[in-house]
Every structure is written in structure tokens, then in C-alpha cells.
Write a protein that binds this ligand. Structure first.
Ligand code: NAP
Length: 278
């Protein structure tokens, strides 16, 4: 019998996850389907009931439900609890367990680039769900983190802990010994690709890596600003694949076919870009 997993969120129609997961299931010979589950806040419990009833073998969770879903689940794994956000639901013996694979995906992408943040200064722009996963990971890796957000008091409440929190408009004063700057805001994401969280003309610290979580467009305006300032820049595609691969492995118990997932996501992004340009 075909097993189903899906993406719970609103909106969900621009997601690359269906292409990536469908290709992975096919490559592994699994009779699984990945479907979109557009869900408004007042429909969240009803969608979870479908999972509980066995209609779905698991799910991804995206905006705006990553935190709201937590009290509705049976168990939250320790990392997701520390982050305060769930992006993957796994079903074990009928129990719904909340996990966070954004943190896993970010850590793997960072380690592949070879950046060592232990004892080093890092800056994170934004204070949403993805920012929380990034801050958690950087702290686990021993990094010293400063968060820049447009609403500082909200960032403090959301993130807590002992990280420094500053206004996003002060990002041009980022410490000169910063080795990593992560854009975890949605500024610059398609279709508003002309946006950037970085003031024009502000210099990036020498030798810093600019890591944009955005993967559509492939090269954001912020990445261009970083490169012109002499910094190295990467987009969020690898993180997207690795967070999806971690969810695939949790659901199916099989090793994720990474190359297939990269190829499918790149193809879906190219198709989306062509559609946007037409
Ligand atoms: P979110 O929870 O909605 O957070 C968005 C963040 O962006 C918030 O801090 C928000 O500030 C800030 N923001 C939005 N508009 C802004 C503006 N005009 N000026 C300044 N700040 C602004 O979303 P999320 O889930 O954290 O996602 C954030 C980004 O990461 C998105 O682009 C998403 O696609 C990307 N992402 C990528 C991956 C990946 O695998 N590569 C995974 C997860 C997310 P306020 O708090 O003040 O509203």
C-alpha cells in the first residue's frame, strides 16, 4: 500500500520538498508519496488527526506552524525542544514525535564548507524559526553568537539565552573578528529578490563566510554584496537537501540518495525561475 507523507503549512505551493522527496522515494524503490497539505492555523489539529489516524506516515511542518504544532504532539525530541520549533513529525507506535531537521541540515552544510566556529564570533540575522535552529547549532558547536533582528525585544523573548541581541539596522557594526554571518531573515527571497538585510556600502568582516539560508534565487543580492566586499558566500541549497535527507531517513529508515535529491531540487528551482521569468 502506498504510504504518504506531506508538508503542513500555509502557503506551501512554492515548496521544493515534493520534487526532492518524490525523486528520493523513486530512487530507493519505495512506494511512498509526498503531498502538500495546505493548512490554516485553525485547521492544524484536523491535519494532525489525519497523521494520528494513520493516513500519513509522517510530515514536514513549515511557516506558520513550526512552534504552534509543539503542544499538539505526543513528544518533542530534545533538540527541537531546545530550539522551540518542529519541522518534522515522525510516527512511532502511533505517537507523534516532533523533531527539527533544520538544525541537522545547517550543521551538515556548515561542516561540509569546513568552517570552524568553536570559540569564534558569529552573527545571525533574523529571529524566526530558522534563526533559532541556526543559533542552537552554532552554540552546540561552541560559537559565540550575536543576533541582529528588526525587533530586538521580540528576538530576546524568542531566543533567550545569553546571546547578544542587536538591532538589524546596526549590522554594519558587526564585530571585525566575525567568521560567519548567517542570513536567516526571509529578505531577498524570490519573488522579492531585490531585497537585502544588509545596508548598501557596509563592509563585511575580512575573511568572513556569508551563509544565506535562502536558496531561491540561487545567488541573492546579499550574497553579491558579500562577494563584492571580499567575503565568500554560499546559499541555502545544501541545508535544504540535508534537512530533507534527515527527514527522509527518520521516516523510512533508509539512507537518503543525496545526489538524486540535489538534482531534483535544482531542477525544481530552475523550473520555478523560468516560470517567474515568463
Ligand atoms: P520566519 O520564522 O517567518 O522568520 C523570518 C525572519 O525574517 C524573522 O526574523 C523576520 O523578522 C525577518 N524578516 C522578515 N521580513 C523582514 C524585513 N523586511 N526586514 C527585516 N527582517 C525581516 O521564517 P523562517 O522559517 O525562519 O525562514 C527564514 C528564511 O530562511 C526564509 O527565507 C526561508 O526560506 C529560509 N529557510 C531555509 C532553509 C533551508 O533549508 N535552506 C530552512 C528553513 C528556512 P520579525 O521576527 O521581526 O518578523
Amino acid at each position: 500500500m502506498t504510504r504518504r507523507v506531506g508538508l503542513i503549512g500555509w502557503p506551501v505551493d512554492h515548496s521544493q520538498s515534493p520534487a526532492m522527496q518524490t525523486a528520493a522515494f523513486a530512487a530507493c524503490g519505495l512506494d511512498w508519496q509526498y503531498t502538500l497539505l495546505p493548512t490554516l492555523p485553525d485547521q492544524l489539529r484536523a491535519t494532525l488527526d489525519q497523521v494520528r489516524a494513520g493516513e500519513l506516515a509522517g510530515a514536514n511542518v513549515t511557516i506558520p506552524h513550526k512552534s504552534a504544532v509543539m503542544p499538539m504532539l505526543d513528544e518533542i525530541d530534545p533538540a527541537a525542544a531546545a530550539i522551540g520549533a518542529v519541522n518534522t513529525i515522525v510516527v512511532r507506535d502511533g505517537r507523534l514525535i516532533g523533531c527539527n531537521t533544520d538544525a541537522i541540515g545547517f550543521a551538515r552544510a556548515l561542516s561540509e564548507i569546513g568552517v570552524d566556529v568553536n570559540g569564534k564570533q558569529c552573527a545571525v540575522l533574523g529571529a524566526g524559526g530558522a534563526a533559532r535552529a541556526v543559533v542552537h547549532t552554532l552554540k552546540e558547536l561552541g560559537g559565540r553568537v550575536t543576533i541582529y533582528a528588526r525587533d530586538v525585544s521580540r528576538a530576546r523573548t524568542l531566543i533567550g539565552g545569553d546571546e547578544q541581541t542587536r538591532a538589524l539596522r546596526d549590522v554594519d557594526r558587526v564585530a571585525c573578528d566575525t567568521v560567519l554571518i548567517v542570513n536567516a531573515t526571509s529578505v531577498g527571497m524570490a519573488p522579492q529578490s531585490d531585497g537585502s538585510p544588509w545596508p548598501d556600502g557596509a563592509v563585511f568582516p575580512a575573511g568572513a563566510l556569508a551563509f544565506d539560508l535562502i536558496y531561491n534565487p540561487r545567488r541573492t543580492r546579499w550574497m553579491g554584496q558579500a562577494e563584492r566586499s571580499g567575503a565568500q558566500a554560499v546559499n541555502g541549497l545544501a541545508m535544504l537537501i540535508y534537512q530533507g535527507a534527515a527527514a527522509f531517513e527518520m521516516w523510512t529508515g533508509q539512507k537518503a540518495p543525496l545526489e538524486v535529491m540535489f538534482e531534483a531540487a535544482r531542477g525544481a528551482l530552475q523550473a520555478a525561475a523560468a516560470k517567474g521569468a515568463s
